[in-house]
Design a protein around this ligand. Sequence first.
Ligand SMILES: [Zn+2]
Length: 280
Amino acid sequence: MRPTAVLSLDMEDWYHLDYFSGMESSDYSMLDGIDVYRNLLEKFNIPSSYFVLGELMEPLEAVLCELSKEGADLGVHGMNHARPLTMSVEEFTKEVDTAKATLEKITGKPVLGYRAPCFSMDRERLDAIRALGFKYDSSRIDFSSYPLYGSLDMEGFESPEPFVYKKEDFFEFEVGTLSFFSRQIPVSGGGYLRIFPWKLMRYLVKKYISKFNVYTLYIHPFELSRKKPPSPDGNISALTRFRFQHGLGTVEKKLENLIDFLKGEGFSFTTFASLRKDLL
Ligand SMILES: [Zn+2]
C-alpha cells in the first residue's frame, strides 16, 4: 500500500475535554479553530475527516453544510462528549443514533464514521455502531497505561494493514501509536503535536512512517484557536492546566510543518471514508 495520511478534526469545544467534565459549559468558545484548520487544508488542497458532537450540530449547521458540499467526510463524536463506557449500551446506542440522524438531516447524506469521546470503546459498543449502519469506526488506541481509554477486542476482524481492521464492509481505523522506551506514544495525537517541540515530533513521526504506511492525526479546534485560552477556575490541578494550555499558539505552524513533512516523504492525503472505499 502506498503511504497514506488521514487528518481528522474532533469537533468539540475546550470545555468538552474530559478533565473539565462537571464544569458548566462556558459561553467562551474556541471553535474559531475550525476555520484555522479549514484554511490550512485549503492552502494545501487536502481533504479531512471530521467527528462532530451532536450538541454542536445545530450551532454549526452552516459550517457542516459547507463542509458536506466540499466533500468532507463527516462523522459522529457522540452527543455531549460523555464517555461511552460510562453509559449503558442502550443509552449509548440511542445517543449515537440521534446524533447520526441529526447530521444526516443537515447534510442530506449518509453518515459513515464514528469516533468515541476519549477513545472510550469496547466490543459491545463497536457492534452497536455497526448495527446502526456506520461503516467505520476510529476509536481504537493502544494506550492502555491511560485509564480513560477503553480496550477494543478485534476478534473476527482481518488486518489488511497495521492499524487497519476489516470485517465485511466495516472498518476500524486505529489511532497510530509508536512504541518508544517501552511506552506507547500516540504520534497521531494533536495533544502531542501541541506539547512536543516540532523537532521531537518530527523524529517520532519519521520513526513511525519508517514502519507503517497509514498515518492518522486527530486534532481539536481549541488547539488551533487564535483566541486566548480561558483560565478555568475550580479544582484544576497544575498538571491539567499544563495539559490544556501548553503549546497553544504553536499548533498551526506545527501542523503546517507536519503536512509539509508527510508530503515530502511521499504521503498522499485522504479521508477515512475514501480510504475505506479504496480498501474494500
Ligand atoms: Zn473528543
